[in-house]
Design a protein around this ligand. Structure first.
Ligand code: IMP
Ligand code: MG
Length: 176
């Protein structure tokens, strides 16, 4: 079985939207420093592009989590594989994610990060699949709301492939 990828959101559309979010964050955090927390690996492409478009001072940190459960169904219990280097205490934190699907990973993660005492904590996601939501998560900045399709590119993978696509693609399995 092989797969085909078709374009859902072009590189131009994604770039334009990231520029808009960058401008919005720059406005919202005027006079402050924003601390971006990237959830690896999926959030990395989005975070780099977003950070370049923010005009207030930015600091960056990275964490990697894995959810207990199968690849396709997250259990909501998150194991920290790589923790942040810096404390969050008194920082204005924006968590940068690739996609919010069921919301299980993010709701667990945000609660854990809130316990570390940031001055503020917001969530920014490139993609949101609202139809799939199981756990309520408040998203502050959303790139695109998309239908319930499996997507790749811009950091998102299918079996670790396609993260490097400069657009958002839809995966269709080809049964041959
Ligand atoms: P959830 O919100 O806890 O269900 O899980 C979100 C995580 O599942 C994301 O951070 C992605 O790593 C992964 N994921 C969900 N939907 C997709 C998709 O369409 N393509 C690739 N990864 C996805
Ligand atoms: Mg992710």
């Amino acid at each position: 079985m092989s797969e085909k990828v078709t374009v859902m959101l072009s590189e131009e559309e994604v770039d334009k939207r990231i520029q808009e979010i960058g401008e919005q964050i720059s406005k919202d955090y005027e006079g402050k420093q924003v601390h971006l927390v990237c959830v690896l690996k999926g959030g990395s492409f989005f975070m780099c592009e977003l950070a370049k478009r923010i005009s207030v001072p930015v600091s960056l940190d990275f964490m990697s989590v894995s959810s207990y459960g199968s690849e396709t169904k997250s259990s909501g219990v998150v194991k920290i594989v790589k923790d942040l280097d810096e404390p969050l205490k008194d920082k204005d934190v924006v968590v940068v994610e690739d996609i919010v699907d069921s919301g299980r990973t993010l709701s667990y993660l945000l609660e854990m990060l809130r316990d570390r005492g940031p001055k503020s904590l917001r969530l920014c996601t490139l993609l949101d699949k609202p139809d799939r939501r199981v756990v309520d998560v408040h998203v502050d900045y959303t790139g695109f709301q998309i239908p319930d399709e499996f997507v790749v590119g811009y950091g998102l993978d299918y079996n670790q492939k396609y993260r490097n696509l400069p657009y958002i693609g839809m995966v269709k399995l080809d049964e041959e």
